[in-house]
Design a protein around this ligand. Structure first.
Ligand code: GDP
Length: 194
């Protein structure tokens, strides 16, 4: 994928702030620190367009990145911070639910998990939520470089089983460090948007 242009267009909270037009969107979700920003940056060959290690407590927004003026990556704020208050958690949930359930341009959601660990309760809840709304989902298991190749298939199996991965959903092993899985990820994303 040749990335000619990648720019943040808006950080939105309310539907009125979502970008106008009909360009397809791919949303990216995952618990905080899973490697979501690193995934976006690796995919679009940018060092730091999506901010890495965003801290809790700051405004939780949906960040729309326009890529090649053709489609959007929509960065969904990370979940699973223990320190976030109940009120903040509810506001987060409402914002995500509104976006995911009403946005016609949304073609698929990339759910990032850490290949080293079994999915957390929050990961499983997020996946079940996406399946409840029949949202095409692409599970990306990232940080593959952090475990030896010989252990990959065992970890992949644990993740797929814990999520009860739907047969129509894609699963991609990825590393933002080495770029492993990047081409496959682009193929799957482009297919989801076609
Ligand atoms: P986010 O909170 O989900 O956006 O996570 P970040 O992208 O900020 O990543 C959290 C930490 O994990 C950072 O220190 C990254 O450098 C590191 N990280 C992310 N992806 C990978 C990966 O594929 N391999 C390795 N080794 N580290 C990664």
């Amino acid at each position: 994928m040749n990335i000619k242009k990648a720019e943040i267009v808006i950080s939105a909270v309310k539907p009125q702030q979502y970008p106008k037009g009909n360009l397809p969107e791919i949303a990216l979700a995952g618990r905080s620190n899973v490697g979501k920003s690193s995934f976006i940056n690796k995919m679009i060959h940018r060092k730091n367009l999506a901010r890495t290690s965003s801290k809790p407590g700051k405004t939780q927004t949906l960040n729309f990145y326009l890529i090649n003026e053709k489609f959007y990556f929509v960065d969904v704020p990370g979940y699973g911070y223990a320190k976030v208050s109940k009120k903040e958690r509810e506001a987060w949930g409402k914002m995500i639910e509104t976006y995911l359930t009403t946005r016609k341009q949304l073609k698929a959601v990339v759910l990032l998990v850490d290949v080293r660990h079994p999915p957390t309760k929050d990961d499983i809840m997020m996946y079940e939520f996406l399946k409840y709304y029949k949202m095409p989902t692409i599970v990306v298991a990232t940080k593959a470089d952090k475990i030896p190749k010989g252990k990959w298939s065992k970890h992949v199996k644990i993740i797929k089983e814990a999520l009860h991965l739907h047969p129509n959903d894609e699963f991609i092993l990825f590393s933002a460090e080495t770029g492993y899985g990047k081409e496959e990820a682009w193929n799957v994303l482009l297919k989801a948007m076609s």
